[in-house]
Design a protein around this ligand. Structure first.
Ligand SMILES: NC(=O)c1ccc[n+]([C@@H]2O[C@H](COP(=O)([O-])OP(=O)(O)OC[C@H]3O[C@@H](n4cnc5c(N)ncnc54)[C@H](O)[C@@H]3O)[C@@H](O)[C@H]2O)c1
Length: 268
């Protein structure tokens, strides 16, 4: 359909069988993109996302790859290119938390979060950029040579006690994203970050699943509701499409106002 924003473009969404990744995969598929639903565990959930995209006339396949494993990432890109010819959009979404106070954090907890949340984004972005440069601009599909969206967090800006590994990984994503935007702007590759606040997904169940936790969370959110994956999906469509062609190197906060620091509404 000509009125869809991403017709004939191919998008890899990492960690797309749950939460925000699923919301992004559905939104991109709904706008006409061929979607690679990447997963590492739970293939049934990945296949369910593929089926949902197909049910509204979209095109999708599931590909298993651990984003922190170089060989598996290279293989995912090879499979994608074999199936769809190229990659136009990468959404670096996969991530996890392994929380501990810093003096009790094991090296394994630190390393796992950095490997998946930060090194995983490097590995996927490197393969995407190689493919963008090989293919060049295809004006019928997009005025840009390629688009990368990094799933960051409000915690690229807000320090987070008890989560040093996670906050550090998101701070690292900010610099990785901006450096890639600077390095490849002339080649018409756009790179941006989405920085969600609290979004209702399995990663943060403890923060919203009881009334007490939800009410406490609302003290941090001026707009007074938790976000949902659909909120992020809409922004991912915008950042993937030519509607955002003059946006690169940007961290876009989507957080119901969390980063305007609600605590200062009555104090300070
Ligand atoms: N939910 C929030 O409030 C929130 C806020 C800010 C940022 N984020 C970020 O959004 C992203 C998605 O999180 P979510 O909330 O949807 O959580 P989630 O747990 O529902 O989804 C995370 C996804 O990443 C996948 N994943 C984990 N390790 C992987 C690996 N090695 N290789 C491939 N996939 C892997 C998981 O299987 C899952 O599909 C993460 O980067 C997270 O840091 C979430």
């Amino acid at each position: 359909m000509a009125d869809k924003k991403l017709t004939s473009q191919t998008a890899i969404v990492t960690g797309a069988n749950s939460g925000i990744g699923e919301g992004v995969a559905l939104a991109l598929g709904n706008e006409g993109a061929n979607v690679i639903v990447n997963y590492v565990t739970n293939p049934d959930a990945a296949n369910a996302v593929v089926e949902k995209i197909k049910s509204f006339g979209g095109n999708a396949i599931a590909i298993k790859a651990d984003v922190s494993n170089e060989g598996e990432v290279i293989n995912m890109f090879q499979q994608t290119i074999a199936q769809f010819g190229t990659v136009d959009i990468l959404v670096n979404n996969a991530g996890l938390q392994k929380d501990a106070r810093l003096h009790e954090m094991t090296l394994a907890q630190w390393q796992l979060v950095i490997d998946i949340n930060l090194t995983g984004q490097f590995l996927c972005a490197r393969e995407a950029i190689k493919e963008f440069l090989r293919r060049g601009i295809v004006p019928e599909r997009s005025v840009a040579c390629g688009k990368i969206i990094c799933m960051s967090s409000v915690h690229e800006m807000i320090p987070w006690a008890g989560h040093a590994n996670y906050a550090t990984s998101k701070g690292g994503i900010k610099m990785l994203m901006q450096t890639m935007a600077q390095e490849y702007g002339r080649e018409k590759i756009r790179v941006n970050s989405i920085c969600p606040g609290a979004i209702k997904t399995p990663i943060n169940t403890a923060a919203w699943s009881t009334p007490e936790a939800y009410n406490s969370l609302m003290n941090l959110i001026p707009y007074n509701r938790i976000g949902v994956p659909e909120d992020i999906g809409k922004l991912a469509v915008f950042l993937s499409s030519d509607d955002s062609d003059y946006i690169t190197g940007a961290s876009i906060f989507i957080d119901g106002g969390m980063t305007v620091f609600e605590g200062f509404a009555t104090g300070g």
